[in-house]
Design a protein around this ligand. Structure first.
Ligand code: G3H
Length: 195
């Protein structure tokens, strides 16, 4: 069995401000996580010469991977965060206040709700298909550094969680979810590196 390690990027400046989407750099806490993650990965995958690090094309995942040395890094657009379209850069409070119908529609059906000029969770799940095929094909460990909505979908696939739960799966910052796929099924371990 070989592990797949899933993690969100370190806390970003927009996370601190409560803004969704965007392409900001890391907060101070996020940078500390990036260093802790790299120590963890270098220990955990020490003898794994063929391991690789996959990120999205957004700064916050690339910066989270940047302290890690010794493994190839691959950027996937398919690992980018859910596109929140016209709501990109807003806080949930602002959406609720300025676009109450959108806010309510999403609350009612978060899985199918598509942001105007953006994506739904179902759209994200669909665009992840090539990533999943490639992850299944890999023989060596892969570290996936991505975003909350995307990781919910990836995690649900490997942990066999129902579609309707996906938008509500807890996906905390600064935590690594290690998935081992063996003959007897999927095993999971979590490492919380900081608060
Ligand atoms: O920026 C988007 C968030 O990471 C996704 O969270 O789908 O719970 O709004 P949400």
């Amino acid at each position: 069995p070989r592990p797949i390690l899933l993690t969100r990027h370190g806390e970003s400046k927009d996370n601190v401000r409560g803004r969704i989407g965007g392409d900001t750099a890391l907060s101070d806490a996020g940078e500390i996580y990036a260093k802790k993650l790299s120590n963890f990965i270098e220990k955990r995958l020490k003898s794994e010469r063929a391991a690789s690090i996959w990120t999205s094309t957004l700064q916050r995942t690339i910066l989270t991977a940047s302290p890690i040395v010794g493994f190839p890094k691959i950027q996937w657009r398919a690992l980018d965060e859910i596109n929140s379209g016209v709501c990109d850069g807003m806080t949930y409070e602002e959406i609720k206040k300025n676009m109450p119908e959108e806010y309510e529609a999403r609350k009612k059906d978060k899985l199918r709700y598509r942001y105007p000029r953006g994506e739904s969770y179902l759209d994200v799940i669909q665009r992840l298909e090539p990533v999943i095929i490639e992850l299944e094909r890999q023989r060596a460990p892969v570290v996936v550094i991505s975003h909350q909505a995307v990781l919910r979908a990836l995690y649900a696939y490997f942990a066999d969680r129902p579609l309707k739960e996906i938008p509500h799966i807890e996906m905390p910052l600064h935590t690594i979810i290690e998935i081992q796929m063996g003959v007897t099924g999927v095993q999971e371990k979590r490492y919380k590196l900081m608060d």
